[in-house]
Design a protein around this ligand. Structure first.
Ligand code: ATP
Ligand code: MG
Length: 764
């Protein structure tokens, strides 16, 4: 395992007898050290089950485990505990549940469930008429749990406090307990508190896992620190190895504290610090550009990084009038990189600051017929019909889940309306029990009208019947309760295709349950629901399938790609305006955004593209845009000459910014402050090349449309800026259709399938 490691990496792998910090820049092999160390410890005789390695995404944990498995075999890898903080927390909570007033079959509430419960808490306090407070209260709760502190009342909205809502945190916790649920923040904080308050218990865990490793340590928050404190108290000089990079701390907005890594050697006194300086990922220009930008941050330790990969290509910088032009460039450049330079689709990644930017890109990739995967992570589980189905699964697992009950009874509606639900809530609050239990009691009284009573009796009956078989036949049980929902979707023919997609999603959910049960014999709905809850945004990324990856930068942490496009590198977007006060973004926000830029740039191994637009639609509004200050911070020497000019000068103000292209095209009227220098700076050879789009769309040429297939251009209507805007295309079998040029791409007359062109190099 030590083969192929450099001297510093080897030292880190071999270090014994106390805490260790590996503090190093991107791509220096930190994650590699963590896996090598696990293998080395085991080879030296440590029991595999005495190792605990923690990271932040399921994907990273799986990757680590598979690397250990590759060296030592699946059996050994399975004995180690390689997990995310949250998954480990959930596992511990199952053991500690009763101490915390829950049963071991508790459910995990996500953001939406939490919001629903906070609203309920506000209603109980007579403050339900202010829904905007609920969001804020959720944020305060999350922040406090992330920091590992009790909810500080002064952080609540002042109007809420003066209105008598100071107890909202306590009421929320009571409702959570009554629903036999924990929220996300609890997963790390509560077990850490249990261990803190029970030293003998903590000691038993230290015996269980004497070897501890943490990747991406810069992103730990207060609760995680509390947990580490329990597992590896500084006073015991534990075998704790943490690796991270202060320059990649990008979760401050979620309560992570970069000081954790900066102060590690102080807190775990006597810790050895090892720095890695050789970057194995990126070529010279990319690395130097990233280093130059991050050097602008004031709060950092500073490090040296070198690469032995040679200078490689310079960064390519491109400006476009609008997002769809930018997207079209990305798509066509990916195609040319794959056709002409031997890259495969899977080598390419498109990274963006926020998910909204993916829409134009998806359109463009579809039009270019490029296969792509958009990292959706959690979003599958956030679809309405999937949530509906999950709420039934949750009720089967835990009949006290009030939030699930409210959702389930309306999908499809079964005669239990708001009045009845409110009666159940009130009665539950009085009796100190869940809504379903309250329903059981109410149906035996005359408190309800007959139809409501009958509807509740039927509900209880359905749930109890399904619960009776849920332990032995989870799939059958779930199918039974989902049957009315599926029938409702199947019967309604008003939105036939949408409903087909919804049914499909429910089917996929059932498939997921099926695979889970197969992979984890003896487990049931509770375990499956836990796994579903712990899917994070970064977990959907599957780079194996020969497709371009599209993802937020946050979700790309720790990954690497030969080719990276960072799109939307614009002031206001990246750095974002988060927390802007009177036109100023706080310095610490800019610094965190700059770290995010550093993370984005250092994902690239061979080629890095930065793009921006002059106009950007956000939240339905079109605003002038312009290059980010981060672009200006890249020294000219590292940027492709024809788009550089002098990027080291400060970025022009977004509002006054325009380029020659925009001006000659008369599409921008606010070009007055742009100098001719700007024109040169971002003049764009690809966009300005008329052959890029116009010549491809001429009557008599064939084009491909993602939905309509192959067609022959009949006529062309030129748009305002000299670009093609609409085409009349004759699609064989469909007839003439008017289509927007962005949605088609030129194709060969003989070509009839989007994916039968082999663009992948032989290595693929
Ligand atoms: P990040 O900061 O992005 O998380 P990292 O420091 O964890 O990066 P790794 O992902 O472990 O870096 O390694 C980056 C790349 O360099 C990987 O492709 C890895 O296989 C390779 N690498 C690491 N160490 C060596 C080495 N000694 N020799 C050759 N390649 C190496
Ligand atoms: Mg890493």
């Amino acid at each position: 395992m030590l083969d192929g490691l450099n001297r510093a990496q080897r030292e880190a792998v071999k270090h014994r007898g106390g805490p260790l910090l590996v503090l190093a820049g991107a791509g220096t092999g930190k994650t590699r050290v963590v896996t090598a160390r696990i293998v080395d410890l085991i080879e030296e005789g440590a029991a595999a089950d005495s190792i605990l390695a923690l990271t932040f995404t399921n994907k990273a944990a799986l990757e680590m485990r598979s690397r250990v498995a590759a060296k030592l075999g699946e059996g050994v890898a399975l004995q180690t505990t390689i997990s995310t903080f949250h998954a480990l927390g959930a596992r511990l909570l199952r053991r500690f549940a009763t101490r915390l007033g829950r049963r071991p079959d508790f459910v995990i509430y996500d953001d939406d469930d939490q919001l629903a419960l906070v609203k309920r808490a506000l209603t109980e306090l007579g403050l339900g008429q202010q829904p905007s407070w609920a969001r804020e209260v959720c944020d305060v709760i999350d922040a406090a749990k992330g920091e590992g502190v009790e909810l500080p009342p002064h952080r609540l909205p002042p109007e809420l406090l003066s209105g008598g809502g100071g107890q909202v945190g306590q009421v929320y916790e009571r409702l959570l307990r009554r629903a036999n649920a924990f929220d996300f923040g609890d997963l790390v904080l509560r077990p850490a508190e249990v261990l803190r308050d029970d030293p003998p218990l903590a000691a038993s865990f230290r015996e269980r896992w004497p070897h501890l490793l943490v990747d991406e340590y810069q992103d730990t928050n207060g609760a995680q620190l509390l947990a580490l404190d329990a597992f590896a108290p500084p006073s015991s000089s534990p075998d704790l190895c943490v690796v991270g990079d202060d320059d990649q701390a990008i979760y401050g907005w979620r309560g992570a504290r970069v000081e954790n890594i900066l102060r590690f050697a102080e807190v775990w006194s006597g810790a050895r610090t090892i720095r890695l300086e050789e970057n194995y990922r990126s070529t010279g220009h990319i690395l130097d550009a990233a280093n130059a930008v991050i050097a602008q941050n004031s709060i950092r330790l500073g490090k040296t990084l070198r690469t032995s990969e040679g200078a490689g290509h310079r960064l390519e910088l491109r400006g476009y009038p609008q997002a769809r032009d930018e997207a079209r460039f990305v798509a066509s450049r990916i195609r040319s990189l794959c056709r002409e330079e031997g890259f495969s689709f899977a080598d390419c990644a498109i990274l963006f600051r926020n998910n909204a930017l993916s829409l134009d890109l998806e359109d463009a990739l579809r039009a270019e017929r490029l296969p792509y995967v958009l990292v959706r992570g959690r979003s599958f589980y956030e679809r309405a019909e999937v949530r509906d189905a999950l709420s039934w699964a949750r009720l089967l697992a835990n009949r006290d889940d009030d939030v699930a009950l409210r959702r389930a009874v309306s999908s499809p509606p079964r005669g239990i309306g708001a009045t009845t639900l409110d009666a159940l809530t009130t009665s539950g609050a009085q009796l100190g029990c869940s809504m379903l239990e309250a329903a059981g009691r109410l149906t035996r009284t005359s408190a309800l009208k007959k139809p409501a009573r009958l509807a509740l009796v039927k509900l209880i009956d359905d749930i109890e019947q399904a619960r009776a078989i849920a332990a032995a036949e989870p799939i059958q049980a779930l199918l039974t309760v989902l049957e009315p929902l599926c029938r409702a979707l199947g019967l309604s023919n008003t939105k036939a295709s949408e409903n087909a997609a919804r049914l499909d999603n429910i089917q996929r959910l059932m498939d997921a349950l099926h695979s889970h049960l197969e992979a984890h014999p003896g487990s049931g709905l509770t375990e499956w629901l836990e796994q579903v809850r712990l899917v994070s945004d970064a977990d959907g990324l599957d780079t194996s399938g020969g497709a371009v990856s599209m993802t937020t930068i946050h979700a790309a942490k720790g990954l690497e790609f030969p080719v990276v496009f960072v799109v939307g590198v614009e002031e206001g977007l990246f750095p974002s305006r988060r927390g802007e006060r009177s036109g100023e973004v706080a310095a610490e926000v800019v610094e965190e955004e700059r770290r995010l830029f550093y993370v984005a740039a250092t994902r690239a191994r061979r080629r890095l593209f930065l793009t921006f637009c002059r106009e950007r639609r956000t939240f339905g509004e079109t605003r002038p845009a312009g290059p980010s200050r981060f672009i200006a911070e890249v020294p000219a020497a590292h940027v492709e000459p024809y788009v550089t000019g002098d990027p080291s000068r400060p970025a022009p103000l977004a509002s006054g910014w325009a380029t020659g292209r925009a001006r000659t095209a008369k599409s921008t009227t606010t070009a007055s402050s742009a100098s001719s220098h700007d024109d040169h700076l971002y003049a764009d050879p690809v966009y300005d090349d008329p052959a890029f789009e116009v010549s491809s769309f001429q009557p008599g040429r064939w084009v491909w449309h993602a939905d309509l297939g192959r067609g022959l251009i009949k006529s062309v209507r030129t748009g305002a800026r000299g670009s093609v805007s609409t085409l009349v295309v004759d699609f064989p079998g469909l007839g003439a259709r008017t289509v927007v040029s962005t949605y088609v791409s030129p194709c060969d007359p003989a070509e009839d399938s989007p994916y039968d062109v082999d663009d992948s190099p032989s290595s693929d």
